[in-house]
Design a protein around this ligand. Structure first.
Ligand SMILES: Cc1cc2nc3c(=O)[nH]c(=O)nc-3n(C[C@H](O)[C@H](O)[C@H](O)COP(=O)(O)OP(=O)(O)OC[C@H]3O[C@@H](n4cnc5c(N)ncnc54)[C@H](O)[C@@H]3O)c2cc1C
Ligand code: FES
Length: 262
């Protein structure tokens, strides 16, 4: 029976890039983590901030019973900034794992998989790539960041087998100069499956390029309140029926390209 909510313990926290923090947490709900792309709904340690912050699970380790998140801390009046000052041993109120993640069971050995990530959308793609690299498919990962100061997880992706990684930065301070879409346009193969997470314009570019691909998986973001499908704060339009609401927290955050209107 999933536990869903608990006081998790902070194992460690460090700033891995400018204003981007990596927090490792331990708790019983790690045992419920099965699919990459799910998220945690985190209570900020300030009673005046009632709404939880949705943050993707970047990776988890069942053996050590830990999970890792990477998140950008806003300015000093934001909830994420308050999270960023927590230190090892402190407790934090967490709901999760929530939502539907990236389907990976259909990926077969030898298939070509494309993963496209941007900015703070990159973290959930790391557990995805870890899982897929064990299937021995050929994985191309394209990551885009605003600049090298906010580049994350590059080394972790490079250490995975069967992964070819390319990085772009908007200002050209690292890798190819320009938007990650430029890297996508240079590809010389047709992928069997595409997975993406990042800012809305990037998702749109990926969805347009691969609009006929059945296995196109898009992780969406939305302002959330309850996080469990009850309040309808997080709705997006259904591609096939604009009058129908898709809830990012419950039906998503990962949708197929055929489901969601971008
Ligand atoms: C499914 C999902 C996964 C996410 N994963 C990550 C992640 O791995 N790393 C990361 O850095 N960010 C992630 N985000 C975005 C993150 O939730 C927001 O940046 C964060 O909630 C902003 O909170 P704040 O305390 O910094 O800002 P505040 O200004 O204090 O937030 C005010 C309110 O707006 C909400 N809000 C503000 N921006 C967003 C946003 N972009 N999305 C949803 N709610 C927002 C906050 O949750 C809060 O309720 C994710 C969002 C979603 C929906
Ligand atoms: S956040 Fe309440 S329904 Fe999605």
């Amino acid at each position: 029976m999933p536990k869903l909510q608990e006081m998790m313990t902070v194992v460690s926290q460090r700033e891995v890039a400018r204003d981007i923090f990596e927090m490792v947490l331990t708790g019983e709900i790690v045992a419920d983590m099965e699919v990459p792309g799910q998220f945690l709904h985190i209570k900020v340690p300030n009673d005046a901030m009632l709404l939880r912050r949705p943050i993707s699970i970047s990776s988890w380790d069942s053996e050590t019973n830990t999970c890792t998140i990477l998140y950008r801390a806003g300015d000093e009046v934001t909830g994420t900034r308050l999270l960023s000052v927590l230190t090892a041993g402190q407790k934090i109120d967490v709901m999760g794992p929530l939502g539907h993640g990236f389907p990976i069971d259909e990926v077969k050995k030898g298939e070509r998989v494309l993963i496209v990530g941007g900015g703070i959308g990159v973290p959930p793609l790391y557990e995805l790539a870890k899982r897929l690299s064990k299937v021995s498919c050929k994985i191309t990962v394209l990551l885009g960041f605003a600049s090298k100061e906010v580049k994350i997880l590059e080394q972790e992706f490079r250490e995975l087998s069967n992964v070819e990684l390319k990085v772009a930065t908007d200002d050209g301070s690292y890798g190819t100069q320009g938007h990650v879409g430029l890297l996508m346009n240079d590809l010389d193969f047709e992928p069997d499956a595409v997975y993406t997470c990042g800012a809305a314009p990037m998702l749109k570019a990926v969805a347009q390029k691969y609009d006929t691909l059945e296995r196109l998986y898009i992780s969406m973001e939305s302002r959330m309140a309850c996080g469990i499908g009850a309040c309808y704060a997080c709705v997006e339009h259904d591609k096939n029926d604009e009058s129908k609401a898709l809830k990012v927290c419950e039906d998503g955050p990962v949708f197929t390209g055929n489901e969601v209107l971008l």
